[in-house]
Design a protein around this ligand. Structure first.
Ligand SMILES: *Cc1c(COP(=O)(O)O)cnc(C)c1O
Length: 426
């Protein structure tokens, strides 16, 4: 079998189906970038070009690519075993990882960990647990979910039922389950008593909505949602799939408003961005409602639940947080990102939104109107940025800048300069 970049491109064009991609346009804007290597926050393509990984490989990467500690953990684990079933069997790495995750939270709070594969399944697990919990604790009428407009919780049917991005979800709306959508905390407060009495849980992305063009929530809102849930006897599901693992400046976003959810969904950065692995954390009271007869069992699982390689690299990632004092190094990096984007002076920059080491730079026409959708302005800028050694992707016309946490301040500044140059060209 030939193995060279031409055949990879050919076989990709002929046989691969890419996510969120219109294949009629695939390859039209020049040859597709074939990524073959990496080093820290840098990616290397098949022609040997180096690019800064400006969106952390779709929001997953934390400590960089080919981190020696993470690589070594995987090699060591391979000498033991890659995967064993978690259905009926324990494994050392999953036990260690569950303990490490739970230890981030005060004793007696989030104390159970259910592993799955990715962000969507972490949310699916929370949804199903929340429903079954009510059935088994004398409130079977609490079947409903409240989510936020323009929310994104993943693409599987259940997670998508909670989503609010109409372009992605409207066509499937009638196939999922109905959820109540609110725009704000004020909206939540206007719901009728009957509606609230039939609600199992509120689901929210804490501090910032990612897919909604990187829109931060008002400061303090998360704590107020928690209070509202407590008053109403409603569970709170936090989707920290994007915000978890240092992204917003603290290990978890919920720590910034000193609250805890009843269900915490983690994925993307859990393995440092190496392997698909997710975790749904929940409380003792929720877990206890599933104890007893066999029919109280949580009948849910996936083939690769608690994969040992995934858990091993997740443990190594948590080690790196400690060894490299990653959280302490974040403020300087956030400052570099803020200053770097501030230095971009261009009439199309409408607004720059931040939350920790996440930024969204929104482009609009000088009149303040959005660019016509068919101009694909965000995509054009990102395409131009490639020539300046920066890879990232837009959400509509908002350019995402979300560097790996290991990036130096100089690298972040350089990436912002590359974006500025791309804007001038596009
Ligand atoms: C990415 C994301 C998901 C979905 O995760 P997948 O691993 O892509 O299934 C869910 N919620 C949020 C907030 C995300 O950013």
């Amino acid at each position: 079998m030939r193995r060279d970049v031409d055949s990879w491109r050919e076989w990709d064009r002929e046989h691969c189906w890419h996510p969120f991609t219109q294949h009629a346009e695939w390859g039209m804007a020049g040859e597709e970038v074939v990524l073959v290597g990496g080093e820290g926050p840098w990616l290397i393509d098949a022609e040997g070009r180096r690019y800064f990984d400006g969106n952390s490989s779709i929001w997953t990467n934390i400590h960089g690519h080919r981190h020696p500690g993470l690589d070594a953990a995987l090699r060591t684990q391979l000498d033991e075993i890659a995967h064993t079933s978690f259905l009926g069997f324990a494994n050392p790495r999953a036990a260690e990882l569950a303990k490490r995750l739970v230890d981030f939270f005060p004793p007696g709070t989030l104390e159970r960990v259910f592993f799955s594969d990715d962000g969507s399944t972490a949310v699916e697990v929370a949804i199903k647990m929340a429903i079954q919990y009510r059935q088994q604790s004398g409130e079977p009428e609490r079947t409903g979910f409240i989510s936020f407009e323009n929310a994104y919780h993943g693409d599987t049917m259940g997670a998508a039922s909670l989503g609010g991005v109409s372009l992605f979800f409207d066509r499937f709306r009638s196939f999922g389950f109905p959820a109540t959508r609110v725009a704000s905390l004020a909206d939540l407060r206007t719901l009728s008593a009957a509606e609230i009495a039939s609600t199992a849980a509120v689901v929210v992305e804490p501090l910032i909505q990612g897919v909604n063009e990187m829109r931060p929530w008002p400061v303090g809102q998360l704590a107020e949602i928690r209070d509202w849930c407590d008053e109403q006897g409603v569970h709170l599901i936090l989707d920290e799939v994007m915000t978890g693992f240092g992204r917003t400046g603290t290990m978890f976003a919920c720590q910034q408003e000193s609250i805890l959810p009843d269900f915490l969904c983690l994925a993307k950065g859990l393995t440092g961005g190496y392997l698909p692995l997710a975790a749904t954390l929940t409380t003792g009271p929720v877990f206890e409602a599933f104890l007893g007869d066999r029919d109280r069992t949580f009948y849910y699982g996936h083939s690769y639940t608690a994969n040992q390689l995934g858990c091993a690299v997740a443990l190594a990632s948590l080690d790196v947080f400690e060894e490299e004092r990653v959280l302490e190094g974040l403020p300087a990096r956030v400052e570099a990102l803020v200053q770097g984007l501030k230095a971009i002076v261009h009439p199309s920059v409408h607004e720059v939104r931040y939350c920790g080491l996440i930024a969204g730079l929104e482009l609009r026409q000088e009149s303040g109107e959005r660019f016509p959708g068919e101009e694909h302005m965000g995509e054009r800028v990102c395409l131009a940025a490639r020539a300046h050694g920066l890879l990232t992707r837009p959400i509509r016309d908002t350019i995402v800048m979300m560097p790996p946490l290991c990036s130096t301040t100089e690298e972040i500044t350089g990436a912002c300069e590359a974006l500025g140059a791309a804007l001038d060209e596009a």
